[in-house]
Design a protein around this ligand. Structure first.
Ligand SMILES: *[C@@H]1O[C@H](CO)[C@@H](O)[C@H](O)[C@H]1NC(C)=O
Ligand SMILES: *[C@@H]1O[C@H](CO)[C@@H](O)[C@H](O)[C@H]1NC(C)=O
Ligand SMILES: *[C@@H]1O[C@H](CO)[C@@H](O)[C@H](O)[C@H]1NC(C)=O
Ligand SMILES: *[C@@H]1O[C@H](CO)[C@@H](O)[C@H](O)[C@H]1NC(C)=O
Length: 178
């Protein structure tokens, strides 16, 4: 009985998947409100600051060795890089979820996934934000731009549409590195 119900459910799901208008992104089971960096609900290695709190991310001078010990500085930098990577990975996965919602929305309305003018706005916005927080516009533009984040998001959008809506759906995503 349970098996029949499951089979019926899957065949209905497969049928529904044929209609773009019903295409909806389903987040990973790992995307939960308790699964975030520093959450007490998950076991993570010890980090040098509270990675749940953005304001606790220290400025890099924390790794300047008073005695000029370069080996110590490198080791210190790696500890903070690992902690920040945990935060970036979380935010990136969250962001990709929203990219997939945008992708499913465009797919459902037969709109092109790739929107070069929007991509430019995102890249310029990231450049300005990275500059504002203390690094360079050029580095921010690469992160936000088609060389990196947008390219990866488009690939992810296509993959999630293939999984949930139409396994034959493809988009030629051209990777542009300026
Ligand atoms: C959830 O995270 C675990 C641990 O990293 C991973 O092994 C697993 O594949 C993830 N599950 C899904 C559905 O992505
Ligand atoms: C980190 O900060 C959050 C938010 O203030 C707090 O709930 C949590 O208990 C803190 N974690 C640790 C390990 O101090
Ligand atoms: C420099 O730092 C490293 C790593 O902390 C340590 O092993 C080494 O002894 C230090 N060197 C000196 C000269 O203090
Ligand atoms: C979707 O858009 C493409 C390209 O604009 C067009 O050729 C196609 O007929 C459209 N399909 C539907 C179902 O509207």
């Amino acid at each position: 009985m349970a098996n029949t119900t499951a089979l019926l459910f899957f065949s209905l799901a497969a049928f529904a998947a044929c209609s773009p208008s019903t295409c909806t992104f389903i987040p990973s089971t790992n995307a939960t409100t308790t699964n975030y960096p520093g959450s007490s609900f998950i076991k993570t290695s010890a980090y040098p600051y509270n990675i749940s709190v953005l304001s606790e991310v220290p400025i890099a001078t924390i790794c300047t060795s008073p005695t000029g010990n370069r080996t110590a500085e490198l080791a210190c930098a790696r500890i903070y890089i690992d902690a920040i990577d945990e935060q970036l990975a979380f935010l990136y996965a969250r962001r990709l979820g929203y990219a997939a919602v945008a992708g499913a929305s465009k797919f459902a309305t037969n709109t092109s996934l790739n929107d070069p003018s929007r991509n430019d706005v995102v890249a310029a916005g990231m450049a300005a934000k990275v500059l504002k927080y203390g690094a360079t516009e050029a580095a921010g533009a690469v992160m936000g731009g088609e060389g990196c984040m947008i390219y990866a998001a488009l690939k992810y959008e296509v993959e999630t549409i293939q999984e949930e809506c139409n396994n034959k759906f493809t988009v030629d995503v051209e990777r542009v590195c300026k």
